[in-house]
Design a binder for this molecule. Structure first.
Ligand code: AMP
Ligand code: DBH
Length: 532
């Protein structure tokens, strides 16, 4: 396995193979086999572009050969920041075939996040689109190249300016040595438990298992037409079951440039979409707009919702408004996926976050001393299993805290379990704000804000919010004034912070409530500010 990654112990490796979770086929080969079975079947749709499986397979092969000619070697990392476009997949499969490891940044990430990701992964190349939704990524590439010496190449989908066009990085396909299925395939981003985002190494075997079994749990088959409305760089639309789930059953992936009802309703109607996935705030928006829209949404069979807790009242409005069933998804890029079974009772579909995907997902629910709680009581969810990582990438010190000695991942989520195994997410222990599914690592923002000349101390807390579930409030002790949200956020933006992490509110205080140990009492602080 790649240096800096934690492998499963031998007895687990044996078990996961024997039980059929790990099938020994690298992800690039899975696409090849599908292309051989159904070459003319539509694999993906991006605007007016329609690629059948043979075309996607060929595009990946041409890029793999061209990128190998440009010096890419197995085990190297490439920082990929692409929106929902066809090249996301030709490039990803090209890298997978070379054994080169994509690091998937979100389109919303900016200099602050990207520098960290590029340095942490020691990426040798950065792949962008020229412009997307009005944002030009090329200046970002210039900054990144200056700041991260390992980044030697920048490849651009579209107008490359001084960089190299990805379209020029192709060569005639030729046989290339395939990576082993137990190797790391991709590096995903963690929403964070503490501090800066960490990198999550997923192997070919475990990620293929993730996508294949998720596709089964969601009823995907070759007739499925899945709309990727969320950014496909994220684990949910990428592989839970998402795009890889689609390809695992020979179905069709339709790419939406952004998730607004205007764009997506037209695609649902025009492309006869059967399945899609959303985060809760988008569900609210869709429910609202469906009343006014005369688009025909009748092809939609299932809406998957995850990323943050969905309120039961909202869950109950989905079928009446959109005419499709709801499937709740509780997942994490670190691994574990839970789905409500499609044929479950309405009460469980509305009120629970579902059942773990496999019989070998070992779940422990524990108190602060790691002692299992009584059945049905709330505790922290610990998990290990055939597609849950044993360690973050190059993070030996953090791994001691994020994993137990016997290899369970500490999710930082507070859950309880119903008698039949359904999990309900009740809260969290980790220092992350979940803004409607987008994760804000508290410490990262606080550290940035502490660098502001007017800020003496800061605590970022979550406030309850109707639309987002939670929004962020920066509570500040100031050296002087005035300290205002607009200027602070402009300052954060200049530092290259992704927009979704900007505080929604700022509150200047004279002092923070403290715990008996003299630490900031975040709970009391949030209550105090919420009441203002
Ligand atoms: P990430 O670390 O970015 O992959 O985010 C995973 C986290 O999102 C989980 O640990 C949960 O805290 C949260 N999450 C995901 N799905 C749900 C859900 N359906 N309900 C509540 N929280 C969720
Ligand atoms: O929030 C997540 O990270 C998430 C939610 C639903 C996820 O990673 C997933 C499904 O796979």
């Amino acid at each position: 396995m790649l240096d800096g990654c934690t492998d499963w112990p031998d007895d687990f490796i044996r078990r996961y193979r024997e039980h059929g979770y790990w099938q020994g086929v690298p992800l690039g080969q899975l696409l090849r086999e599908q292309a051989q079975r159904t070459p003319h079947k539509e694999a993906l749709v991006d605007g007016h572009r329609r690629w059948c499986y043979a075309e996607l397979d060929l595009q990946a092969d041409r890029l793999a050969a061209g990128l190998a000619d440009r010096g890419l070697r197995a085990g190297q990392r490439v920082l990929v920041q692409l929106p929902n476009i066809a090249e996301f997949f030709s490039l990803t499969f090209a890298l997978l075939r070379l054994g080169v490891i994509p690091v998937f940044a979100l389109p919303a990430h900016r200099e602050h996040e990207l520098v960290h990701l590029a340095q942490l992964s020691q990426a040798v190349a950065y792949v962008i689109v020229d412009r997307h939704l009005g944002f030009d990524y090329r200046p970002l590439a210039r900054t990144l190249r200056e700041q991260v010496p390992s980044l030697q190449q920048v490849w651009v989908v579209g107008a490359a300016e001084e960089f190299v066009a990805l379209g020029d990085c192709v060569a005639d396909p030729r046989p290339l040595p395939a990576p082993g299925s137990r190797e790391v395939a991709v590096l995903l981003l963690s929403g964070g438990t503490t501090g800066l985002p960490k990198l999550i190494p997923r192997t070919h075997d475990d990620y293929a298992c993730n996508a294949r079994l998720a596709a089964r749990a969601c009823g995907f088959d070759s007739h499925t037409r899945y709309l990727a409305a969320l950014p496909v760089a994220h684990n949910f639309p990428l592989a839970s079951p998402g795009a890889f789930g689609v390809f695992s059953v020979g179905a069709t992936l339709v790419l939406a440039p952004e998730p607004s009802p205007d764009t997506t309703f037209e695609l649902i109607e025009g492309e006869r979409i059967t399945h899609t996935a959303l985060i809760p705030p988008l569900v609210l928006l869709w429910l609202e707009m469906a009343q006014w829209s005369d688009r025909d949404l009748s092809s939609l069979q299932w809406l998957q919702v995850g990323g943050a807790r969905l309120k039961a009242e909202i869950a109950a409005r989905i079928r009446p408004a959109l005419g499709c069933g709801l499937q709740q998804v509780y997942g994490m890029a670190e691994g574990l996926l839970c789905f409500t079974p499609l044929d479950d009772s309405q009460a469980r579909i509305f009120e629970t976050q579902g059942l773990p995907l496999t019989a070998d997902d070992e779940i422990r629910i524990v108190d602060a001393d790691d002692v299992p709680v009584a059945p049905g009581a709330v505790g922290e969810l610990l998990v290990r299993g055939p597609y849950t990582i044993r360690g973050y990438y190059n993070a030996a010190e953090q791994n001691l805290r994020a994993f137990t000695a016997d290899g369970f991942y500490r999710s930082g989520d507070l859950v309880r379990r119903l008698p039949e195994g359904h999990l309900i997410v009740e809260g969290r222990t980790k220092d992350v704000i979940n803004r409607g599914g987008e994760k804000i690592p508290v410490e990262e923002i606080e550290n940035l804000l502490l660098g502001h000349p007017l800020i003496r101390d800061v605590a970022l807390v979550a406030l309850a919010d109707e639309l987002l579930g939670e929004r962020s409030c920066a509570c500040v002790l100031a050296h002087g004034g005035p300290v205002e949200l607009g200027t602070i956020n402009a300052w954060l933006r200049e530092r290259g912070l992704a927009a979704y992490k900007l505080p929604d509110r700022l509150q200047v205080l004279r002092e923070f409530p403290l715990t008996r140990l003299g630490k900031v009492n975040r709970k009391a602080l949030a209550e105090q500010v919420q009441a203002l």
